[in-house]
Design a binder for this molecule. Sequence first.
Ligand code: SAH
Length: 223
Amino acid sequence: MQKKESLAEAQAWMIKNQLKRRGIKDKRVLKAMQQTPRHLFVPPDLEEAAYDDTPLSIGHNQTISQPYIVAYMTEALELSPDNQTKVLEIGTGSGYQAAILSCLVAKVYTVERIAALAESAQTVFQRLELKNIEVKVGDGGYGWPEHAPYDAIITTAAAPDVPPPLIDQLADGGILVAPIGTRQVQQLVRLQRQGDEIIRKYLFHVTFVPFLGEHGWREEDYF
Ligand code: SAH
């Protein structure tokens, strides 16, 4: 079988068995996962594993999340299809999560602390002509105040708790989804702002790479 065909088949299998069968229902999220070539976001030697039911290494001690987790977190953000919606992502990594978000909202802002990852993600965004994603290199624990408030915020690295600047940058009614917990085990948490009140709901256990920096873990303690 041609490589291209087998990748397309693997992608169709992923949508059906990893996403739909496990309860991902949002048609817009499923469509975004269908139209985004995940194999372009992994290192060439892992291309054939791109649609497997697992996170994969993307170098620099980092990983691209498992497809189901990407779909679940995206669905949990309850993104509105209007042409104003703005999302902030912390932890660009491969750029895959940002690419999925870019299919669903007007504008995606994403922050990555490792410049080489930010650069290679941008190369893939250009190749796919995803023009509504802006990438910044820096400590995402401070968010990206210039473009706040955001209708949704997602972090894809795990901190002891949600960095307060991110909560400050969440719009009224906006939803934030993040993995938080200890270094070994974390939970996905969903926060929703209702005026000055923040409603917190725990979803399920997950394992993510560490959120490093001012509001996360200290690098020297971690590695
Ligand atoms: N969303 C990514 C997942 C990448 S893994 C994807 O779809 O591939 C998490 C990423 O968070 C890593 O690239 C890591 O470097 C980054 N990260 C960790 N702490 C960070 C911080 N304080 N600010 C910005 N990025 C951070």
